[in-house]
Write a protein that binds this ligand. Structure first.
Ligand code: NAD
Length: 159
């Protein structure tokens, strides 16, 4: 009986918290209608995008370059992102870098500092998906997924 009371107490408390969160979100929406957030300018900012050679990273790179950002791309594969940005009058520096390799990340970081300067915004976008069920995934695939999708974030932030 006491367990049932405990559960119903927590469920009531959860309902109160849910209602409070909904009300706070609603207030936030109303506030944003009357006091819209001020957009930050990225003009001249050095923005590093890992995995900027393809997909979402590439789209972000092209759009941010149009806003005047200096784009730095690290990708494991060759890419035409830099060419597209330069054709549109933007600035882009590209480096071949495997973000899962900490030594390569530190070496690339040194080159960026020398060639471009300090990075203002980091977009940790590079990632892989093996598309297999967990139990069907070979050890090497799981290890690589963690190296690219998890550990790489530490190497990139540490530089
Ligand atoms: N597309 C989606 O629907 C979706 C959904 C959720 C999350 N994501 C995540 O968003 C990110 C981008 O997704 P996407 O669909 O554009 O991926 P994508 O495969 O199109 O592009 C990923 C880029 O990362 C690069 N890359 C892969 N491993 C790398 C490594 N070790 N070092 C450096 N670069 C490497 C690839 O060469 C490629 O250019 C990924 O992290 C992905 O997991 C995507």
């Amino acid at each position: 009986m006491s367990l049932v009371n405990d559960i119903s107490f927590f469920m009531k408390w959860d309902m109160v918290r849910l209602l409070f969160t909904i009300m706070a979100s609603f207030c936030d929406i109303v506030k944003n209608v009357f006091l819209p957030p001020v957009w930050k300018s990225v003009e001249g900012d050095v923005i590093l995008i890992t995995g900027g050679g393809h997909g979402l990273g590439k789209e972000l790179a092209v759009e941010l370059a149009k806003l005047g950002a200096v784009i730095v791309i690290w990708d494991i594969h060759d890419t035409d992102t830099g060419d597209i940005i330069r054709e549109n009058g933007g600035i882009c520096f590209e480096y071949k870098c495997d973000v899962s390799d900490s030594k390569m990340v530190y070496a690339c970081a040194g080159r960026v500092r020398k060639d471009v300067g300090d990075v203002r915004v980091l977009i940790n976008n590079a990632g892989i998906v093996n598309g297999l069920d967990f139990l069907d995934s070979p050890d090497i695939g799981l290890r690589k997924t963690f190296e690219v999708n998890v550990f790489a974030h530490f190497w990139v932030i540490l530089f």
